[in-house]
Design a protein around this ligand. Structure first.
Ligand code: ADP
Length: 366
């Protein structure tokens, strides 16, 4: 059980900060038009109206084949256009959560969207920036005296199975302990004390994602990659156990953590009618996990007591991030080109259902 002495004093300023950070935040990021799309003279059909809303201009045909455009307007916590840098993405999404990781917060940041919409481009720099800020805080006197340390792990869920990306893709399994804590048996966690090491682990983990026989993009678009940064209170007594073991794992007691999840391409969830059996199975698994994820975040948003995390491996793994003092940021990535219209609308509808803020969300305006 937690004792007050194990945590830094919760001052008024911290309390206010904690309460000010939205429990769930849904952000949309539009990527720039790429060279291929320019060469194909494809229209940019996404207009970012202001920093919280956008319009999709869907090209359609009437029965008599006359062309017309159907407008769809959506509203989110933030909408970032193609000029927004990765640094700004960090400031809007993850940075506000960082201080409250030390207040026993479990946070998750997802990148959702079709393959090629910018999930990896968006997600990759975030853990490094977060680690930089977490390390800066760790060195502040109040935390230094608490002997807090930062730990990193990086794994993948592929076809419903877990693989350690920092340990030769070793297959991992999940176990629930008596306290309903989920732990991933055998997951390697590394203490990280400088940014260069964090960078090396990120590069190593990402390289391990692409070792599949079908090629980097094919393979990684079918998996969820999960990088976790965990703040732990350092154990004075050396712990000889090598396993990641829930709350009392290697290195000490978990204070707070943040998970960065580069989700499988959302269009892969529709691969359930593919001719290839393996592809169908993987598609069904992805579909299940993205649906379960949406339901869990909705349940969080509605302060439901029952969170349906058993719906998929992904949500089971993230179970401890859906209970207690949790924060969730969903970054929905969209492509601007007309050829991606259907996927873009699907992504925006998914994001809208995760957290319906709409003034006019998902209503058509012609
Ligand atoms: P995904 O992970 O969703 O499959 P990627 O992150 O690999 O997509 O992005 C696809 C391509 O688009 C990459 O070449 C990437 O560099 C580029 N890209 C994506 N988003 C942006 C952006 N905001 N600015 C510039 N290039 C981008």
């Amino acid at each position: 059980t937690d004792t007050a002495a194990e945590f830094p004093p919760v001052d008024k300023e911290n309390n206010a900060r904690e309460n000010n950070v939205a429990k769930i935040k849904v952000v949309v990021r539009k990527r720039p038009v790429n060279k291929k799309e320019i060469a194909r003279k494809e229209d940019d059909i996404v207009t970012v109206s202001d920093n919280a809303s956008l319009i999709v201009h869907e090209p359609k045909l009437k029965v008599d084949l006359t062309a017309y455009v159907e407008k769809h307007e959506f509203c989110f916590d933030a909408v970032l256009d193609e000029h927004v840098t990765n640094d700004e993405v960090y400031r809007v999404t993850v940075q506000p959560i960082i201080p409250i990781i030390f207040q026993r917060t479990k946070a998750t940041c997802f990148a959702y969207g079709q393959t090629g919409s910018g999930k990896t481009y968006t997600m990759q720099p975030l853990p490094l920036r977060a680690a930089e800020d977490l390390m800066r805080l760790l060195h502040q006197p109040v935390y230094r005296s608490q002997k807090f340390k930062l730990w990193l792990s990086f794994f993948e869920i592929y076809g419903g199975k877990l693989f350690d990306l920092l340990s030769d893709r070793k297959k991992l399994c999940m176990r629930e302990d008596g306290r309903q804590q989920v732990c991933i048996v055998g997951l390697q966690e590394f203490e990280v004390s400088d940014l260069q090491i964090v960078k090396e682990y990120i590069v190593r983990g990402n390289a391990a994602r692409s070792t599949g026989s079908t090629g980097a993009n094919e393979e990684s678009s079918r998996s969820h990659a999960i990088l976790q940064l965990v703040v732990k209170k350092h154990n004075e007594v050396k712990d000889s156990r090598q396993n990641n073991d829930g709350n009392d794992s290697k290195g000490g007691k978990v204070i707070g953590k943040i998970s960065f999840i580069d989700l499988a391409g959302s269009e892969r969830g529709a691969d359930t009618t593919d001719n290839d059996r393996q592809t169908r199975i993987e598609g069904a698994e992805i579909n299940k996990s993205l649906l379960a994820l949406k339901e869990c975040i909705r349940a969080l948003d509605n302060d439901q007591i029952h969170i349906p995390f058993r719906g998929s491996k992904l949500t089971e793994v993230l179970r401890d991030s859906f209970v207690g003092n949790s924060r969730t940021v969903m970054i929905s990535c969209i492509s601007p080109n007309a050829g991606s219209c259907e996927h873009t609308l699907n992504t925006l509808r998914y994001a809208d259902r995760v957290k319906s803020l709409s003034k006019s969300g998902n209503t058509k305006k012609d």
